[in-house]
Design a protein around this ligand. Sequence first.
Ligand code: IVH
Length: 705
Amino acid sequence: MIKKVTKLSDVPVEKLDKRQAAAELKELASLIAYHDQRYHLEDTPEITDAEYDALKRRNESIEARFPRLIRPDSPTRRVGAAPATGFKKVRHRIPMLSLNNAFTEEDVSGFLDSIRNFIKELQQDPDIPIEVVAEPKIDGLSCSLLYQKHELVQGATRGNGEEGEDITANVKTISEIPRALPEDAPDLIEIRGEVYMTDEDFLKLNQHQEKAGGKVFANPRNAAAGSLRQLDPSVTASRPLRFFGYAWGEVSEPFAETQWEARRQLAEWGFKTNEPSRLVGTLADMLDYYREMQEKRSRLGFSIDGVVYKLNRLDWQKRLGFISRAPRWALAHKFPPERGQTRLKAINIQVGRTGSLTPVAELEPINVGGVLISRATLHNQDEIERKDIRVGDTVIIQRAGDVIPQVVEVVFSERPKDSHAFVFPTHCPVCGSRAVREPDEAVTRCTGGLVCPAQAVERMIHFASRDAFDIEGMGQKNIETFYNEGLIQSPPDIFRLEEQDGKKRPALADREGWGEVSSRKLFDAIRRSRVLPLDRFIYALGIHQVGQATARLLARHYGTLVQWKKGMKAAQDRSSEAYQDLLSISGIGPSLAEDLLAFFAEKQNLEILEDLSTLLAVTDFEAPQTASPIAGKTVVFTGTLQSMARSEAKARAEALGAKVAASVSKKTDYVVAGPGGGSKLREAQELGVTILSEQEWLEMVGKAK
Ligand code: IVH
């Protein structure tokens, strides 16, 4: 949303309260976006650079004082801030095709043969050379630019070749793309080429992204793609994108007779062309070019993944035409997957969303296979030990396709004398909790699941999910938003949302996409979830290896939350009776026990448990009553129940030994239908399943008591 605001607040940043800061950051985000647009897209800035910088600085200093208020669409981290609508689609009048690939010299010689066999003159006279333009194959994104009456009127991605996305506003922010062509260009011409990022710009962008907490890209190609396909063109404008023109689609009149001449013409019209290119006439010349490019590749400054050969004569190109999705007159000669040698600067530990600690090699950046590599995975502790990888080592790395680069081996002859073996951390580098590794597992895991920021969002999604707290409306999207805004950091915060609503930040109901009804609904759902049986509570904690079945075993064994906590604390002593008691549970072995105990050994987890205890009513485990009329039956609830929440009704039914299913099938015994039963009710009728009213159900359950 672009909004024009004129005046900056003159309240000093130190004097702002949170509410004012939030309001101003919102204003600044749209104000800066507005001026970005004026500047980059429309070439008509309304304010001076100094005024613009002042806006940015004010935004930064407010963010520095209130880091929790940093908005997803903040000008300092404009990643993924795209509005919800997509791009318009554009149909290519001439399809954008791909190229056939060659990997061997035979493939290339076969290409020349097929041309000679196709063009009669060539077939009849083997002495006529086949002239070919050889040029680098750029590893970027292909893009089509339509010029009408010499003006750039449309930019499009390749898409599926037939239909791409309209990225006109975005391509207009790329300075290497001419906004207009000279008078001698055809009235209508569609220029095709590659949007890409140089290695140097890619590195700088990533450094900047890392500092600003934005998305870090795997390679220049991804960075270019991520930058071009932004719904907000001001983001594209802020990225260092470039363009090579190397082909064309629709043209109102011919403008060249050969590919070579056409390239020269594109350059004259102001396009950068992908150099070094060469006009060659024999197989040997083509292969020489290929080998030279392979050798030069890492010094070009941009990523290439091969070379492209294009038949020089355009009239012959036309005659040869296309077969399936690629021209007969062009060929991509790809480079083989490459290895590279570089220095390992450091080993960092990354904490995944599920708490696994993964060692990552930080490398002296090196171009491997056209991709600049500065990191490689080391998988786990064993891998480091097996290959004896040490910081300071020279290592061989390999990249195959789009997979994460790997460290193949150490060049031991280059090992510094003072190097020492890597010591795997015993604590999580993100939250400081203990990191443990099961004897039979390769992975080391952080035990601070509930407090660890690396895992927070994932944990809370699990916490609120259907089989856990079952909070409708607390799905991934809302949890991510609330987390990013600092409203919730760990599960207990969920239950404080309502009480805090409107205090730290604008009330939920006043936010975009929310209203009174939806916010009320969410708070109701949260409130309802506060009463839940012990087994669901245990499951919700997301302890490694503790799924629903294990949670039920534990709940059945310990009965109450208090007893369970007591048991876990006592079992920390592995010689205690409590530990034996834990292992006595059928279905719980030593490895699972270790995960449970590791969770309870972490002080921060205990604090969260205490906090939750005060916010919730965790009901004691009720042994399934086998004598109940619904024991072993499958029940489906539908419609709105009047006397209890769906979650409670479910818990009650389960406590009585029933299985609660989400959908009606032949196996369903009862459908309990409140008002608004809808399709499930109809299905039950069709299948002849017994339908109970809420009253009948309560009587049935009541009798069981
Ligand atoms: S010519 C009909 N020339 O490679 C042929 N393509 O694998 C049109 N590419 O989608 C393409 N560098 O994105 C051509 N010098 C080059 C290229 C090139 C990179 C890309 C292009 C195409 C893909 C096919």
